[in-house]
Every structure is written in structure tokens, then in C-alpha cells.
Design a protein around this ligand. Structure first.
Ligand SMILES: *[C@@H]1O[C@H](CO)[C@@H](O)[C@H](O)[C@H]1NC(C)=O
Ligand SMILES: [Zn+2]
Length: 408
């Protein structure tokens, strides 16, 4: 990823139109209860840098087109096939020469894993889309890229595994109650994109960077869903493109960059606060008062929209996709100290702050669960229903009932 002030970003199109589309698409979002937040599945040893089943296999050099890259891709594919068998896995492949490939074509492989409501035609599903890149930098040799972006990939894996059973329960309940295909709201899916070739091989330029993202955005823009579909292309099926990058250092600083998705940024900020207040954040012990989301009290009119961090969202943004860019970039200090090993501190497993990594995974889980409206379907532990649960709508009480029945 590269920081270039001075505007490679195209101006955003009309906010009003975006808002209208958003309202028409009927995007609902439902907050989780305190009790559910306190019961979120925890990563256990997932993020142990030596043996953690999710993270440790990614902490190897994985330059595009090398055996390390193939091994990490295999790790992802194995994870979805084994732990999330209801998910659909696809690869989107391309090749390109690079400034260091001596005219040879280098393969770039993006992995897309998705899960849709079982009754929905794929062209009718709008998907929350969680994105991170899995390639590592060509130089210096042996570069690991733990925050960039091994840890974000593992956070997403943990979050998807944590909501999968609740998705099943929710969709089963909806089918049982027979209002599965009532309206658009019930055509809400989720997908993960692990992108290849984000890093420049030599020096960041428009052509030496974002190899996988450029290819996928172009491909999905030209691929047409079946006739009569709600969404014309796979690109327009992305309801929100949440890009996680450079996460895993202590005390991250997350800014809000896009006014049309500032509302979703605020949802994340609110979850951070609630999880902290509920003592669910491990990293709070060191820095109790420091919020990660710096712009949470700003309105969408007050945020700095044209900062110009070049990252995988750009080819999607250029095609009108709604972006939430979750990247640790302090307004004054810039990227984390370990970024690209620039300060002599290597971006490797040993320099991750694991408490922060775990907190991120909890936060991403909570956000995905709220987006997919899984209150009442997530596992509960501890002290039973809260007052909040009692106050839920009748169908939600049914849902709770069903939840308990399948849990016990
Ligand atoms: C894309 O590449 C992957 C990894 O090499 C391979 O498994 C897959 O079959 C390829 N897919 C297509 C459609 O060529
Ligand atoms: Zn990088």
C-alpha cells in the first residue's frame, strides 16, 4: 500500500444518489445485545504466531507466483472446505508481467468465498464483502508482512467461522417461517475476497501494484448476472467493500475516508466502544482510554475524504463500489512503525500485538453479525437473556427460542 497525498481518487459521485440506492436496496442493520457481545466466540489459539491454526500458516513469504503464495492459498481453501463447507469458493486468475519478471507472465490468483441465503438466486444477493490482500512484498527478501496483511486475513477467517452457524440458524428459521423470499432484505449474503498482488514488485506505480484487485474489478464489472437479476454485475452485488489493511499493531488509528460509508464506520466505532465498556477488549488493559476510530464523533460532512491512500479498494471505488477502508494510518504519524520494515523494525509475527489482533477479530465478528442481523442466533454463554433480549420483537423471540433449541 502506498501513501500519495494529492489525489488519485476520483471525486465521489452524488451522495444523494448513493443514499437513495442504499435506501432502495433496503440495507438493514441490527445491533447486537450486550449479552451477545459478551458471548462472541473468541479466537483461543487461532493467532498464536507459531502454532495458531489460522494465522501461523500465513506468516511466511508469499510473493505472487511463488510456492509460498500457493501454500497460503491452499491454507485458505482448506479452511473454507473443512471449517465452512456451506461456502462457495471461486478463484479469479490473471497474469501480468512485472518490472522484475524479465518479460515473463506472473500468475495472480484471487480467492473469493461466499455464502448466500439458500433460496436466493445469486444475481439477487447483495453481499457484505470483507477484503484483505494475502501476497507479501518481493523485497526485502524474506519479508513477512504480518500486519500487511497476514493478520487481517486471519481476522476475517475467524470472524466468518464465528458467524457461520448463526447464519445457518437464521436462514433455517426464515425458511421455516415461510417469509424467505418476501423482499430484498432477505437476499443478503456475505463474501470474503483474499486478493493477490497488492504490493509493488519494484516501486509503486499504477501498473506495478494492485495486480489482483485491478483484474478482479475489471472482470466483475464486465461479467453480467443472469437476466432479471436484482444486481446487474457481481460488482454491483457488493453492498459494502470492507478493506482491512495494516492491522495488528498496538493502538491503531483508523480514520473515516468516505462520506457515503461514514455511517458504517460509526457502527464499527460504536462496537469498539461497547466491547471496551463491556470489558471484552484484551488490549484495553494497556491503553484504556484510547479509541481506535478517530473520526467517530464527526459527521459525514466533516471527514477528510481525499486523503489518497492507494490500496486495493481503488479499482472498485473507481467503478462506484461503496468502500469502508479500515487501515491503521495516523493523520500525523502515518502507517504503523513496522510498515514495510522501513524503520528497521520488521513486520513479522513477533512484532504483532496479539491482544490487538484478537480484539480486531472480535470487532470484525461483531460487525459482520450486526450487518447480517444475527441477534438471537449467535451462541449465548453466561447469565441468560438480558432485558434487551426480552424487549425484542415477537419474531426475534421466536428466533431466540429456536436458537436455544438448536444449541442445547
Ligand atoms: C486458478 O488458479 C488456481 C491456483 O493455481 C487453480 O487451482 C484454479 O484451478 C485456477 N482457476 C481457473 C479458473 O483457472
Ligand atoms: Zn504493503
Amino acid at each position: 500500500m502506498s501513501l500519495a497525498y494529492g489525489g488519485h481518487l476520483r471525486p465521489l459521485l452524488s451522495i444523494c444518489i448513493a443514499l437513495l440506492c442504499f435506501l432502495l436496496a433496503g440495507q438493514a442493520y441490527e445491533e447486537l445485545s450486550d449479552n451477545t457481545l459478551k458471548s462472541l466466540p473468541r479466537p483461543k489459539d487461532d493467532f498464536d504466531i507459531h502454532t495458531g491454526p489460522l494465522l501461523s500458516p500465513i506468516l511466511i513469504p508469499r510473493v505472487s507466483g511463488t510456492p509460498g503464495s500457493a501454500a497460503v492459498l491452499q491454507h485458505f481453501a482448506d479452511f473454507f472446505r473443512t471449517s465452512l463447507p456451506s461456502w462457495n469458493i471461486q478463484f479469479q486468475n490473471s497474469t501480468s508481467t512485472t518490472p522484475v519478471s524479465n518479460g515473463k507472465e506472473v500468475p495472480f490468483v484471487n480467492l473469493i468465498a461466499s455464502r448466500d441465503p439458500p433460496w436466493a438466486a445469486s444475481g439477487d444477493v447483495g453481499r457484505l464483502t470483507l477484503v484483505a490482500h494475502y501476497d507479501s512484498k518481493y523485497s526485502p527478501e524474506g519479508f513477512i508482512g504480518a500486519i500487511d496483511s497476514a493478520a487481517p486475513c486471519a481476522m476475517i477467517m475467524h470472524a466468518m467461522r464465528s458467524i457461520d452457524a448463526a447464519l445457518t440458524r437464521k436462514w433455517e428459521a426464515m425458511e421455516t417461517e415461510g417469509h424467505a423470499d418476501a423482499d430484498l432484505e432477505e437476499h443478503k449474503g456475505i463474501q470474503v475476497i483474499f486478493l493477490d498482488g497488492e504490493e509493488a514488485f519494484q516501486a509503486w506505480t499504477d501498473t506495478d501494484s494492485l495486480y489482483g484487485a485491478r483484474s478482479l474489478a475489471e472482470h466483475w464489472d464486465s461479467e453480467v448476472n443472469s437476466a432479471m437479476s436484482t444486481y446487474k454485475t457481481p460488482l454491483s452485488s457488493i453492498s459494502l467493500f470492507v478493506l482491512l489493511d495494516l492491522l495488528g499493531s498496538k493502538n491503531p488509528s483508523i480514520q473515516s475516508y468516505f462520506s457515503t460509508t461514514h455511517w458504517a464506520y460509526k457502527k464499527l466505532a460504536n462496537l469498539e466502544k461497547r466491547l471496551r465498556d463491556l470489558k471484552q477488549f484484551k488490549s484495553s488493559a494497556d491503553a484504556p482510554g484510547q479509541p481506535w476510530f478517530l473520526d467517530s464523533s464527526k459527521t459525514e460532512h466533516d471527514i477528510t475524504t481525499f486523503l489518497g491512500i492507494q490500496d486495493d479498494h481503488l479499482p472498485f471505488l473507481a467503478r462506484g463500489v461503496e468502500i469502508l477502508h479500515v487501515i491503521d494510518a495516523h493523520p500525523a504519524k502515518g502507517f504503523p512503525e513496522v510498515w514495510h520494515n522501513h524503520n528497521g523494525v520488521p513486520d513479522d509475527g513477533e512484532h504483532l500485538d496479539i491482544a490487538t489482533v484478537e480484539d480486531w477479530s472480535t470487532l470484525v465478528t461483531a460487525f459482520a453479525a450486526e450487518w447480517m442481523e444475527l441477534e438471537g442466533f449467535m451462541p449465548l454463554s453466561g447469565d441468560g437473556p438480558t432485558k434487551n433480549d426480552e424487549a425484542q420483537k415477537p419474531e426475534k423471540r421466536n428466533a431466540n427460542h429456536l436458537n436455544k433449541k438448536t444449541e442445547l
